[in-house]
Design a protein. Structure first.
Length: 223
């Protein structure tokens, strides 16, 4: 009987020891396991390139209409207040110049064609547009009433940034396309136009902007 009691006591001790081992096991560190889990979120925001391209192409292709209809409201929406515009002659224009030139009808043309437009999306809030603008029978009216011929082809670069959910032109520049170095006209005898949402401006006069070419005619004025 005593032997049986001793055996039972030993079994009880073994059971108690096993229970204590289990009870003392550290709890699973759920936070640690989560932190070690593979991170499937790269943190990079998905960029809808197609939608951005479509919107910026729409803006650029709308400039011929903006010029024709003197739509200053469209200029006000598209151009940032602090936009920097560099014209072919090296002069720098502003949003206010564009608003004045387009509203007054200083820039006119029989037709303005946009071509070779390409959009390079940098991220969800920045993109660059390049292209060409051809102005047919284009004229820029100087403050003194004289007309400058800005007919020609121009290549432009426009930089856009998305601000408060809207795409704004923040910088742009343009240069005139010449037939060849041998036939390149001198700065004082050839108008220069630039393409994009901003105006082109003749030297020593308000900025003239073409539907997408900005023109900085530095040509001989015609009566």
């Amino acid at each position: 009987m005593r032997k049986t009691s001793l055996a039972a006591a030993m079994v009880a001790v073994v059971c108690l020891f096993t229970f204590l081992q289990i009870a003392c096991q550290p709890a699973a560190d759920t936070n640690r396991s989560d932190s070690l889990a593979p991170n499937t979120n790269s943190g990079r925001e998905a960029v809808d390139t197609a939608a951005i391209e479509a919107e910026l192409l729409r803006i650029e292709n709308d400039w011929p209409r903006v010029i024709k209809e003197k739509d200053v409201a469209a200029v006000g929406r598209v151009e940032a207040d602090d936009v920097v515009i560099v014209y072919p002659d090296g002069n720098v224009g502003s949003k206010q110049q564009d608003l004045n030139d387009i509203g007054s009808g200083a820039l006119t043309a029989d037709d303005i064609d946009m071509s070779d437009l390409k959009v390079r999306v940098l991220d969800s809030d920045a993109a660059v547009v390049t292209g060409q603008t051809e102005i047919k029978n284009g004229k820029y009216k100087m403050p003194d009433g004289k007309l400058i011929d800005i007919t020609g082809k121009y290549r432009f670069v426009d930089t856009f940034a998305r601000r408060n959910g809207e795409w704004k032109l923040v910088a742009g520049s343009s240069t005139r396309i010449t037939a060849s170095p041998a036939t390149t006209a001198s700065p004082s005898a050839s108008p220069a136009v630039r393409a994009s949402p901003a105006a082109s401006r003749p030297a020593a006069s308000p900025a003239v902007r073409a539907p997408s070419p900005r023109s900085s005619p530095v040509a001989t004025a015609t009566p």
